[in-house]
Design a protein around this ligand. Structure first.
Ligand code: ADP
Ligand code: MG
Length: 606
């Protein structure tokens, strides 16, 4: 029996949609590109529920004739490619004729379109899951409106794969911003659930960047420009002092198309070498103009990588033009090299290969109950901490040893050299950090930095579960450099953050900090905000309890900077406080606080 048959057009469109349309943002990208290709001067994008319920895009471009409007949903229907040669001279974004057919196969789509020549009425077409359900004349403006509703209504597996509205909308916004940055001569509007997110008029590049990323970015842009026979490069790089800990605004465009290129990215990083720390990332908006025959965009519809014939040459042009620009604007000598203050992340975590995140929802989950139970439990084991690989059972022996020897030493307190400046009773402070003490089994070494972090962490955690941490209001709100994704992440965790003592508002796309936790000085606020932001935007977002743990750890890290033990009394009370912490063997970052150098170990050294 023969078993091979041809797939129906509907099924093959759905299969194609699987590749081209992964989420609402893919629809936005395709429809925006069609509007740009249609020569629009104004494009409006209205999104509802992150694109789940509706994506509507209106342009004032060429519009489609009655026949074209009906035809555009057919697979491989395109006006942009007529023969093989065209493939190497592409000036348009699309050319495969797949997007509309794919979108129509997995959603309810309404298209209204009118050309200049159609005087009053245009065409309205409706498609439901790939089937045409309406084709009639309608009143509409010149140009095209496409509304895509109920995306993936007939592909439940895809629907469940979608992330939170915040995550999905941030994909939408990223796609929108890429297109808006690529086409400064077009006006764009983006709204989400009726709120205006962007509204930018046609303008020059500098103005477009500041319109999209907030007024403050203007002062930070250094222009670059270079023309050669092979490529012209123009655009801006951010001044080194505006580099960020999180990868933010990094954009390459070639012939007005956004792309990613790790090799060229390397050139930019190299130009910034020694101007910024290797943990910071420069921002850049770099536009290449190149003969279309010298690039290959025909890789995959959803891929943003592009192959360049003369990659090596472009690399060196790019590197030298950025270096020159930074030099010309006299950036290099005025840099004040800041000491790197990165967070103390356990090594074991760094080595872990990231795993695909799972979404688990427990409706009965109380984020703070874990910490409540910690208060009452005697062994200090705490699930949130254990999950992080922390919270190993404390070693009671160290504690006993420590106190046993204190008893013993009541009689002989002169066992160490008394002339040592940092001598205090029978403990010695080495390098302002390590506290050495004579114990039964040898020498106990306490890392006082980490010990302080443990004490502060436990104090803050206890206070935090009971009531919000005390906050200090800033006399003048502090403007901070956060991009829209980061601002959204702060908004998402607003209540948790305000419990920690942070309050903020967003004006003109600028993040303004209004209050800080009392334990953080204004001077440390920048590194604190950066640390907290990096936790908030982490791809594997921790649950609320873990997030509280992470944020408090970061506050602790910043607050513990510069705390030094000076007097004998301070050392005594530090030791007492540390040993009354349930978990005094490990700091909140999972690193050991104390080690014993045994007599045996000491003997082997001699
Ligand atoms: P492609 O863009 O690859 O050609 P699409 O499926 O995205 O494929 O679109 C099919 C065709 O429909 C386009 O080639 C174009 O002729 C027409 N079209 C789509 N969107 C618009 C629009 N907004 N304005 C005018 N024509 C459009
Ligand atoms: Mg297209």
């Amino acid at each position: 029996m023969d078993i091979i048959n041809l797939l129906s057009e509907q099924i093959s469109n759905q299969i194609a949609a699987g590749e081209v349309i992964q989420r609402p943002a893919s629809v936005v990208k395709e429809l925006l590109e069609n509007a740009v290709d249609a020569g629009a001067t104004s494009i409006k994008v209205h999104i509802k529920d992150a694109g789940r319920s509706s994506i509507l895009i209106q342009d004032d471009g060429s519009g489609m004739t009655r026949n074209d409007a009906a035809m555009c949903f057919t697979r491989h229907a395109t006006s942009k490619l007529k023969n093989v040669e065209d493939l190497f001279q592409l000036k348009t974004k699309g050319f495969r004729g797949e997007a509309l057919a794919s979108i129509a196969s997995i959603a309810n789509v309404t298209l209204k379109s009118r050309t200049e020549n159609q005087k009053d009425t245009g065409t309205c077409i409706e498609m439901n899951g790939g089937t045409p359900t309406r084709n009639e004349e309608c009143i509409c403006e010149k140009g095209t409106i496409v509304e895509v509703k109920n995306i993936f209504f007939n592909v439940p597996a895809r629907r469940t794969f979608l992330k939170s509205d915040t995550a999905e909308f941030s994909h939408v916004r990223n796609e929108f911003e890429r297109v808006a940055l690529a086409h400064t001569d077009i006006g764009f509007v983006l709204t989400h659930n009726g709120n205006e997110i962007h509204n930018v008029n046609p303008s020059n590049l500098r103005k477009r960047i500041t319109d999209v990323f907030g007024l403050k970015s203007n002062e930070k842009l250094v222009p670059i420009e270079e023309k050669t026979d092979i490529v012209s490069i123009k655009g801006f790089v951010g001044k080194p002092e505006s580099a960020k800990k999180s990868r933010g605004e990094q954009y390459f465009f070639v012939n007005s198309r956004f792309f990613k290129h790790s090799y060229f990215h390397h050139a930019v990083s190299k130009a910034f070498e020694q101007l910024i720390s290797d943990k910071s990332h420069p921002s850049y908006f770099i536009y290449f103009d190149i003969d279309t025959e010298k690039i290959d965009v025909n890789i995959h519809p959803t891929k943003t990588e592009i192959n360049f014939e003369e990659g090596k040459f472009i690399y060196s042009i790019l590197l030298s033009s950025i270096k020159q620009a930074l030099g010309k604007y006299n950036i290099a000598p005025s840099i004040d090299f800041e000491v790197e203050t990165s967070f103390d992340v356990p090594l074991s975590h760094k080595k872990e290969t990231p795993v695909e995140p799972e979404i688990k929802v427990d409706p009965n989950y109380n984020p703070f109950s874990k910490f409540e139970s910690k208060k009452n439990s005697s062994n200090g084991s705490n699930k949130a901490l254990n999950n992080q690989g922390f919270g190993k059972k404390s070693d009671a022996k160290e504690w006993e040893d420590f106190y046993a020897i204190r008893e013993e030493n009541k009689e002989s307190q002169t066992s160490f050299i008394e002339t040592e400046e940092n001598y205090t009773k029978n403990k010695y402070l080495v390098k302002d950090r390590y506290l050495l003490s004579n114990v039964k089994s040898g020498v106990l070494i306490i890392d006082s930095y980490r010990g302080k972090q443990r004490i502060l962490y436990d104090e803050m955690m206890l206070r935090f579960v009971a009531q919000p941490l005390s906050a200090q209001k800033l006399m003048f709100p502090l403007d901070l450099e956060l991009d829209q994704n980061e601002i959204d992440a702060w908004n998402d965790s607003k209540s948790l953050l305000s419990q920690l003592g942070f309050s903020f508002k967003v004006e003109n796309k600028t993040f303004q900090l209004e209050s800080l936790p009392a334990c953080i000085t204004e001077k440390d606020s920048k590194s604190c905000i950066e640390g907290i932001t990096s936790s908030l935007i982490a791809p594997q977002k921790p649950d609320k309890g873990e997030l509280a743990h992470e944020l408090i750890s970061k506050l602790v890290f910043v607050a513990s900077q510069g705390i030094k033990l000076r007097t004998e009394h301070e050392i005594e009370s530090f030791v007492n406080q540390l040993f009354s912490c349930e978990e005094h063997s490990f700091c909140p970052f999972g690193k050991p606080i104390m080690q014993t150098l045994t007599i045996e170990e000491l003997t082997t050294k001699f």
